[in-house]
Write a new protein. Structure first.
Length: 67
């Protein structure tokens, strides 16, 4: 299974840089980069923190797909 995210889409719509989002959720910018590229599965806490920033649900931002 692969994790797909809409983080980049929501981040760009909000006018945030990767570093700004990282600061808001207390993560490193590199973590945001890896999340956006589908190379990192976030902890539940990080996923929820990102969802709160964009006022979205986990289902809105994250999706598992079959490879």
């Amino acid at each position: 299974m692969a994790l797909k995210t809409k983080i980049r889409q929501y981040r760009e719509q909000a006018g945030l840089k990767q570093s700004e989002l990282a600061e808001l959720v207390h993560a490193r910018r590199e973590t945001i980069v890896h999340l956006e590229n589908g190379r990192y599965n976030p902890s539940l806490k990080l996923a929820m923190d990102i969802c709160k920033v964009f006022h979205q649900t986990v289902e809105d931002l994250f999706e598992f797909t079959e490879d």
